[in-house]
Design a protein around this ligand. Structure first.
Ligand code: ADP
Length: 497
């Protein structure tokens, strides 16, 4: 009986594979970290072979831990770090260069030029994105212009581009399939998110030949079958989604107005806007949340650069705590009479402020301020930033006040923060019972595709909350806290100007 699903989560620092049974239970997992390459300041690369070998090895480890063979696995689901760009030669199946990772800033100048040449509107209208090195398009252009002979080989049809999902499917199928899922495609800056197809004007703008591009598939689709000798039998790949979109799916945020926020090192918030393709006036991104049954659902996406990283700073930089989890108890002990704010603009401020040059600041420190107030300020900063993000989303998409927020990620385990988040947002915060929401999203896509699990509504009905945090702060206090935060941000952004 094919009673199991294999979920592969290819992330920025590690690759994880999990075998789930029909009850969505984790039956066995494998995880491997791999080397980060930083050839120059601001450059970040991954070795394509590392992404591939860690995928195969962790998948085998998960199968072994679960005691499951290939013929018991109904399907594979894949989720992955988004935007990271790979180019390989179809003749050899080998990558022509290391993968350029989403964090890589080497194409900043190229992007600035494209912006000053007046292309921002076209790019936003077609792709929903802001011209930025973050997305794949200028990374591909860089590879074509900097790897000797690449552009000629591409024009002759020998080269293939892919995001990490494309690369893994290509390798898993023994080079038979060159495909990408619609959510990963929507992060390349080459995809028209209205039609979910490659856009000729964008291809021309970024100088990417169409022949390099993979076929765009829905999130549940026939992605291909694995080479039989990899896992001891062929397994169908039935579901793929980029990591943040997989979290939207794993959180069952299928109804317009539902939002998920993943609190890891940074925070990614996606608000499902359904069939509404909302053009942001507040520098949020418009992106494809998923395409199931032929219908595209859109999301507004915003990110906070520093979330759990503020806790890491308390631990590793200031050495005020030994473990991240200590902050919950510490913050609860903070003096309510002291209003201390941390604006963690360690690497600039993201949406909706967008100031890359801003740097962090603390306000309201007195002689009585100690580690407890620092901890509270760090945790609260994540809540305030989420408040600003949600405010921008509401401005962009008015009339959708009944937001429901589902949270996941390492920092979502912090009870104090989640309660504060509910208080500051004035919105109930639901924490999923699953600690692997992203992998669960990929697994559900594959499992539904393979007929093992119910459709969206059925899956949404099965979604379980571990705990709900209901807002309980009175409006006056909330107003005062938010006014203090607003002032702190204002001063931070004004510093040195
Ligand atoms: P990533 O996927 O970005 O590596 P994770 O989802 O694993 O992130 O979460 C790790 C981050 O969450 C770290 O920045 C860590 O400081 C923070 N974190 C983990 N546990 C807690 C906790 N109990 N309280 C506050 N922050 C936490």
């Amino acid at each position: 009986m094919k009673d199991f699903i294999l979920a592969i989560d290819q992330g920025t620092t590690s690759t994880r594979s999990i075998v789930l049974d029909r009850s969505y239970r984790n039956c066995g997992a494998g995880q491997q970290e791999f080397t980060q390459h930083f050839p120059r300041s601001g450059w970040v690369e991954h070795e394509p072979e590392d992404l591939w070998t860690t995928t195969v090895e962790t998948a085998r480890a998960a199968m072994q831990a679960a005691g499951v063979s290939a013929d018991q696995i109904a399907a594979i689901g894949i989720t992955n770090q988004r935007e990271t760009a790979l180019v390989w030669d179809r003749r050899t199946g080998k990558a022509i260069h290391k993968a350029i990772v989403w964090q890589d800033r080497r194409t900043a100048e190229h992007c600035a030029r494209l912006r000053s040449d007046g292309n921002a509107e076209l790019v936003a209208e077609r792709s929903g994105l802001l011209i930025d090195p973050y997305f794949s398009a200028t990374k591909i252009a860089w590879l074509l212009d900097n790897v000797p002979g690449a552009r000629e080989a591409a024009e002759a049809g020998h080269l293939a581009f892919g995001t990490v999902d494309s690369w893994l499917v290509y390798k898993l199928t023994g080079g038979r399939r060159h495909v990408i899922d619609v959510t990963n495609a929507s992060r390349t800056m080459l995809c028209n998110i209205g039609s979910a197809d490659w856009d000729d004007d964008l291809l021309k703008l970024f100088g990417v030949p169409r022949s390099m591009l993979p076929e765009i598939l829905s999130n549940i689709d026939a992605f291909g079958e694995t080479e039989p000798d990899l896992f001891g039998g062929a397994i169908a790949i039935r579901g793929v989604a980029g990591d943040q979109q997989a979290a939207v799916i794993g959180q069952a945020c299928f109804t317009p107005g539902m939002m998920k926020s993943t609190y890891g090192t940074g925070c990614f918030a996606l608000l499902n806007t359904g069939a509404d393709r909302v053009a942001s006036q507040n520098r949020l991104l418009t992106t494809i949340a998923y395409r199931l049954d032929g219908e595209i659902h859109y999301a507004l996406e915003g990110s906070i650069f520093i979330a759990g990283a503020a806790v890491q700073w308390l631990r590793d930089g200031l050495k005020m705590i030994g473990k991240a989890s200590e902050t919950s108890e510490l913050a609860a002990k903070a003096d309510p009479g002291q209003r201390v704010y941390l604006v963690p603009a360690f690497t600039g401020m993201g949406a909706p402020w967008w100031d890359a040059e801003a740097r962090g600041a603390m306000f309201g420190i007195t002689r009585n301020t100690g580690p407890a107030e620092f901890a509270r300020a760090a945790l609260e900063s994540v809540c305030f930033q989420t408040h600003d993000l949600l405010g921008a989303m509401r401005k962009d998409w008015p009339g959708q006040a009944d937001t429901l927020l589902r949270v996941d990620g390492g920092m979502a385990a912090n009870d104090w923060t989640m309660q504060r988040l509910a208080d500051i947002l004035g919105v109930a915060v639901d924490r999923s019972s699953s600690t692997e929401v992203t992998a669960l999203g990929a697994a559900w896509l594959a499992g539904h595709g393979a007929g093992l699990w119910p459709d969206q509504q059925g899956f949404a009905a099965e979604w379980q909350r571990e705990r709900q945090f209901a807002p309980s702060m009175d409006e006056t206090e909330r107003g005062e806290l938010l006014a203090g935060w607003g002032s702190a941000v204002h001063c931070t952004l004004g510093f040195g100007k």
